[in-house]
Design a protein around this ligand. Structure first.
Ligand code: NAD
Ligand code: TYD
Length: 341
């Protein structure tokens, strides 16, 4: 592994991964290949833009010719695929791009890996592919995939295609399934950055339903370190869950967030729930721990660190919130918040 194509590398987790890898491995070259959708943001990569081992190509993973040309031009040996449409609420509003990018796009990348004989294809997946998990159980990698949102279904489809390429063509693949990431550069449609930036502006925090849904909030850099471990020590054809093993109700997350910001609880508004909202995700992380990795932040530490980053980096999120985000926010929350009052 020397020349890595990071697809979706201008997004939240991808950019954190690029920063981590360039910093840790002095002899790796990284090419970010990204369509720059509303969620892609070159501001995330400002810190590495002058690094001679980094380059950027604007492209769509559905464009087979461009993917192959880019791989050949940069002598790529490894693809790490972060590219996806990633927000569940947007997938409920309009699933089209989710299917195109995660299903067809992942297939295009697998074909390029096969045709060019690359060393490795790594797929970034999610705990949402397992669906709602009843209390008392934590998902294991061999469990059936039972996705329930268009987003989760698009990601599960990609996992199945990756597995099919391993079984059918012996492609050197691995998959990681991460829980909810939080940290620097997360687009403020996701709950923690949305709530942190709303709280800074003393705007209401729209909690879906009773807020008793459970998520495993993990710090994004911990997730990136685990992906790195799987790239170097993972067994081909295997999937690895990455989380904290620590589940938390959304209401607890909101209270930690508001307390860290010294903002009052009366900013909380319970609004109409998300259709098909998965109540609980929980990951068994024994398999990745056996490779020698463990998370360095608890969920509470991750929330507090994230909130401080948003407080200190208004330059990054203010321009996002004043752009296309406004129309999205109105469509997603306008009626909900009006009804909550
Ligand atoms: P993000 O929305 O912040 O970034 C996605 C990136 O992909 C953007 O830069 C976007 O421009 C790019 N992209 C989208 N469609 C593309 C296409 N067709 N071709 C090329 N680039 C394209 O997402 P994120 O939160 O960083 O998530 C990254 C990956 O991690 C996704 O695959 C997601 O499913 C997975 N994941 C996310 C979380 C989470 O909590 N955010 C948890 C587990 C797994
Ligand atoms: P989100 O960040 O969208 O991640 P995911 O749905 O992929 O887990 O949401 C995390 C949790 O927060 C989820 O249970 C839905 C809830 N949520 C709200 O209560 N209000 C919101 O405005 C958003 C965006 C999410």
């Amino acid at each position: 592994m020397k020349n890595i194509l990071v697809t979706g590398g201008a997004g939240f987790i991808g950019s954190n991964f690029v920063i981590h890898m360039l910093d840790k491995y002095a002899d790796y070259n990284i090419v970010v290949y990204d369509k720059l959708t509303y969620a892609g943001n070159l501001d995330n990569l400002l810190g590495v833009q002058n690094n001679p081992r980094y380059s950027f190509v604007r492209g769509d993973i559905c464009d087979a010719q461009m993917v192959k040309d880019t791989c050949q031009e940069h002598d790529i040996d490894t693809i790490v695929n972060f590219a996806a449409e990633t927000h569940v609420d947007r997938s409920i509003m309009d699933p089209d791009a989710f299917v195109k990018t995660s299903v067809y796009g992942t297939y295009v990348l697998l074909e390029a890996t096969r045709e060019l004989g690359l060393e490795r294809f790594h797929q970034i997946s999610t705990d949402e592919v397992y669906g709602h998990i009843p209390a008392g159980y934590s998902s294991k990698e061999g469990d059936p995939l039972e996705p329930r949102s268009p987003y989760a279904a698009s990601k599960a489809s990609a996992d199945l295609m990756v597995n099919a390429y391993f079984v059918t063509y012996g492609l050197p693949v691995t998959i990681t399934r991460g829980s909810n990431n939080i940290g620097p550069y997360q687009y403020p449609e996701k709950v923690v950055p949305l709530f942190a930036t709303n709280a800074i502006d003393e705007e209401p925090l729209p909690v879906y339903g009773d807020g008793r849904q459970m998520r495993e909030y993990q710090y994004v850099v911990d997730h990136c370190e685990a992906i790195d471990v799987v790239l170097h020590k993972g067994v081909l054809g295997e999937a690895y869950n990455i989380g904290t093993g620590e589940e938390m109700e959304n209401m607890t997350m909101v209270e930690i967030l508001l307390d860290a910001m010294q903002m009052p609880r009366d900013l909380i508004r319970h609004v109409a729930d998300r259709p098909g909202h998965d109540r609980r995700y929980s990951l068994n992380i024994g398999k990745i721990k056996a490779l020698g990795w463990q998370p360095r932040h608890t969920a509470e530490e991750a929330i507090i660190k994230t909130v401080h980053w948003y407080k200190d980096n208004e330059w990054w999120w203010r321009k996002i919130k004043s752009g296309e985000f406004k129309a999205y926010y109105q469509a997603q929350y306008g009626e909900r918040l009006a009804d909550a009052e």
